[in-house]
Design a protein around this ligand. Sequence first.
Ligand SMILES: Cc1cc2nc3c(=O)[nH]c(=O)nc-3n(C[C@H](O)[C@H](O)[C@H](O)COP(=O)(O)OP(=O)(O)OC[C@H]3O[C@@H](n4cnc5c(N)ncnc54)[C@H](O)[C@@H]3O)c2cc1C
Length: 386
Amino acid sequence: MATALKLGRKLPAAGITVLEKEDAVGRHQSTHNSGVLHCGLYYKPGSAKARLAVSGVQEMTAFCQENNVPHEICGKLVVAVDESEVPRLRDLQERGTKNGLQGMRWLHREQMLEVEPHVGGVAALAVPQEGIVDYGKVCEAVVGKIRAQGSRVVTSAKVTALKPRERGWVAETAAGDFEGDYIVNCGGLHSDRVSELAGEKREVRIVPFRGEYYKLKAERQSLVRNLIYPVPDPQFPFLGVHFTRLIHGGMEAGPNAVLAFAREGYRKTDLNIADLFDAISFSGLWRFLNKHKRMCWDELCRSFSKNLFCQSLQRLVPDIRMEDLETGGAGVRAQAMSPVGDLVHDFCFVERRNALHVLNAPSPAATASLAIGEEIATMVSKGVQA
Ligand SMILES: Cc1cc2nc3c(=O)[nH]c(=O)nc-3n(C[C@H](O)[C@H](O)[C@H](O)COP(=O)(O)OP(=O)(O)OC[C@H]3O[C@@H](n4cnc5c(N)ncnc54)[C@H](O)[C@@H]3O)c2cc1C
């Protein structure tokens, strides 16, 4: 939708139609997430993620201000729980500096406690630009703007076929056929399948990783003021279970990262045979499992054991107890995986003559959505003019 908004501004004469399979927009990743405004701390300098997160958080914050979307720049702490994590936290600080973040502060134990009185650990990085937001309201505001600029948003319109024409495409959908010169595939958890409908080979495949949350009981929410994150494992694009204050009140803990048996499997028991077959027939997944057996097993155990989940949280806030946690919601990440079993870390855009496929747009793609939309709109307008 951010792409449609930006395309409409860049190509005002073009007729733009958003085809959405659900009966409303924003039913999947964009509203099943942590609600955090990420500012570009984690990402490899020079990567699309680093560039678009840094400009994206500024643009998203301005958008929220202009459109009365609830948000708050509250800052966060990234915590080294013991001395062994300090060098990785220093690396993170260096990354943030290279990515252009200003105002980060290195905190020793006493200084950490002034910011978060119940935090554990030996050192922390305070990142002032991070915030929290209601992404559901962002979606609503974007849809309003898309419609106001004369573009269409058609819901209950699952794209089931993309037929090439001499010039452009016909998209067959549950809501009828739509003709267009150019397609932009922002299919999230199904983006690889949509690309296949347009004749692409699915070399990189979407593998769903569910992220489960707990909620902190009201009487224990005072244990955390804002956002408390661990030092992430640089091998994986996931940030590790953390504490997040919600923009409308309440406190969440999570998400973990468990391989899901369904691309839209929000519950542990959800299983979709087609999705499961798709995953197990992909050699990349077996290679990934082979390389990261321990991590996958630990994540699975932690998904089924509240005690293990709580132990991860206690590394950040030692006073948290199992009885403080209530089962919360979940989201499923559309994570692209290569045939050799590597997780694709950066955003991935594949350009064709009259199509562009977004094949990897994981976190922080909600924060960076407007900046991503701008980037795509620039690529598309060049493609259309060529
Ligand atoms: C647990 C979790 C926590 C996260 N936390 C954060 C965070 O705090 N901050 C942040 O910036 N990012 C976060 N992210 C990442 C962020 O939510 C996503 O990167 C972003 O929402 C991706 O947006 P999208 O439009 O690509 O995908 P989606 O929001 O999933 O949208 C894709 C859309 O395509 C539609 N679709 C799919 N197939 C078809 C078809 N065949 N026909 C028609 N429509 C179709 C779907 O119904 C869906 O509406 C998180 C993600 C998860 C899962």
